[in-house]
Design a protein around this ligand. Structure first.
Ligand SMILES: *[C@@H]1O[C@H](CO)[C@@H](O)[C@H](O)[C@H]1NC(C)=O
Length: 289
């Protein structure tokens, strides 16, 4: 019962915290590479935080070191505050090449006090055109919020603070391609898109407010990676009864999904008659969620 044994106890505790901590929240140094924008992208706080910024000269971006094929991927973002009109923060999964697959979150900035638009899309075999857009029920620039993608062979679920906002079901039976064969990397960027982002391009970036900065933390992937297989915490495929209890999509989740879609969805390709005068794409048939 000397000092050395209590020292050992403390070291074991520290190690456990480190192991648990690192399993829970990935270190940005280990998981991501800053890919463009020079000093505008930064990893700091010992790898627990990342920031991207945008100025007149350039934006910036990063990508994951790993390639994922299915998984649940969570990231906390705090978006550009103040007048963010004209800026776009993207956060997405994508494979490579002309017939690539992609699962997108894009945050379109706005003038101070006006709502960001959260734009989502799914590409399969190089084709997107499956946009849904939302306002958020909070100010995404005040605090960090968690944006998640759950990607399984049977569906893709977009979540915000653990509330499902969108479900894209696998409709291959109806002839709709679904992302399931091409591994994807995680990408993010902050860039200037004032030709279209805010009120369709009407509001331009106010460069006197530059640099614009977005912050990232709390990255967590319970996923299948090309290099090391599937994390046991993630089930690639769920049976109907497992779906009923999966926290992403149980009865509570489905009610929240309907709530978000009713009050916060501002665009849905599946109800854009002008765009599809001869009928909606097959996956738009009312699906059981
Ligand atoms: C910006 O605010 C305007 C006015 O409230 C709104 O119509 C628009 O959807 C908002 N978001 C973007 C990205 O334009």
């Amino acid at each position: 019962m000397g000092q050395s044994s209590s020292f050992t106890t403390i070291m074991v505790a520290v190690l456990l915290v480190m192991m648990f901590g690192s399993a829970y929240s990935g270190n940005f140094f280990n998981e991501f590479d800053l890919t463009w924008g020079d000093h505008r992208g930064k990893i700091f706080n010992g790898g627990n935080m990342l920031s991207l910024s945008l100025d007149r000269v350039s934006g910036s971006g990063f990508k994951s070191k790993k390639e994922y094929l299915f998984g649940r991927i969570d990231m906390q973002l705090k978006l550009v505050a103040g007048n963010s009109a004209g800026t776009v923060t993207t956060y997405y999964l994508s494979s490579q090449g002309a017939t690539h697959d992609e699962i997108d979150f894009e945050f379109l900035g706005n003038e101070t006090g006006k709502p960001y638009v959260l734009h989502t899309n799914v590409f399969a075999q190089g084709k997107g055109n499956r946009e849904q857009q939302f306002y958020l029920w909070f100010d995404p620039t005040k605090n960090f919020h968690t944006y998640s993608i759950v990607w399984r062979p049977q569906h893709i679920i977009f979540l915000v603070d653990n509330l499902p906002i969108r479900v894209f079901n696998n409709a291959e039976k109806l002839g709709v391609p679904f992302p399931k064969n091409q591994p994807m990397m995680i990408y993010s960027s902050l860039w200037n898109a004032d030709d279209w982002a805010t009120r369709g391009g009407l509001v331009k970036t106010d460069w006197s407010k530059a640099p614009f900065t977005a912050y990232y933390r709390g990255f967590n992937a319970a996923a299948c990676t090309v290099s090391s297989g599937c994390d046991p915490k993630f089930k690639t495929s769920l049976s109907d009864s497992e779906l009923q209890t999966a926290n992403e999509l149980n009865a509570y989740g489905r009610r929240r999904l309907r709530w978000v879609q009713k009050y916060f969805m501002i665009y849905n390709y599946c109800s854009d008659l002008k765009r599809f005068p001869r009928g909606f794409p097959p996956e738009c048939r009312r699906s059981r969620v």
